[in-house]
Write a protein that binds this ligand. Sequence first.
Ligand SMILES: [Zn+2]
Length: 404
Amino acid sequence: MILRAKYVMPNSYTIIENGAVAIQGSEIVDVGPYPTIQHSGTLPIHDLGEAILTPGLVNAHTHLDLTSSADSVQRVPKFTDWVFQIVGKRNPSTIEPSIREGVQQSLAGGVTAVGDIDGTGGSAQILRDTPIRKVVFCEVLGFSGEHATTGLARLTAYLDAAPVLDSLLTPALSPHAPYSTSADIYRQCVASGLSVCTHIAETKEELEFLSSGTGAFVDYLEAFGISTAGWRPPQATPMQYMETLGVLDKKSLLAHCNYLTDADVTILAESGASVVFCPRSHHYFYHTDHPVLQLIERGINVAIGTDSLASNWSLSLLDELKFLGRTQPRIHPETLFDMVTYNGAKALGLERVGRLERGWQADIIAVKIPNDGRPAIEQILDSASENLLTVVGGKICYSSNHQE
Ligand SMILES: [Zn+2]
């Protein structure tokens, strides 16, 4: 198939007028001005008109299994109270429809790839036949005693099971967070060799817990009957703790990183780990300013995520990009666009994804723009822009006229 539009933006820094992308199978075979496009055979042409073709958006952090239960979660100022509402929300009857609805909402919002946290161990089977690219992080937690034993058993069972085979699916692991997951489980996740995503430096309460072993997370664990009695806090920042456990390397993805010291940023920069910033979720929890600018300036790979609908109002990464454009005026639009495309793919370990180039995966969206003469990238960030078409691995998975 050939996709044609007024503009093609193969990466954040290049604009082609009257452009087109030729696709054969799952790959891009040519990108350029429409009259020069090379391909073999006769390919059907889809003309998107006053739109811009761009790489598909990568949502590097979400929880699709919470999509349908989100309405019952109240916005409360205290993070541990919010988590209390989430625990137990995932039940077998809601997981499958929740994930399927989440995939549809994602595709409609311009998302071609997700980093999805699997809260029950069942997401990969459900996601296997859905037409979106996904890295599925099986969530493991267990802090002490029986809680830790159960978590380790779950991790072992997951690693022993046959991997889910799907050209669009990559299995990975998510040790949940330092207040819910033991050092041993963290180490075993790293030893598996799979990519690892963890929630880290998310709240001030987490800093207190790791520094002195006190505060809201002690109450939280005890409310679930999980003892902190024999546990010695590492007396470290969350990032220092992750470094000690060997978590930080090129295969690690750190969700949130809301509260970092300068020394933490240096540790991160030297590790090659990626950070996923969730701007609207960050806003939802009333956090103080995120150090995203500092991370970018230090050359750290920063991707963007929506988190779940339990702390956001849509799974659209186009919406997230527009929110970023409004709230982070000091970051260039080109950098913002890299964060929702190429950086996300890099953070998830996806190769040949995130740009439109010959031989790369045909993950493409068509964004309708106001056509008001401004640079195309600024028009994508305009509140009036909308996603018309989502293509994943060369297949049309969503169009604003009808779903295919
Ligand atoms: Zn999360």
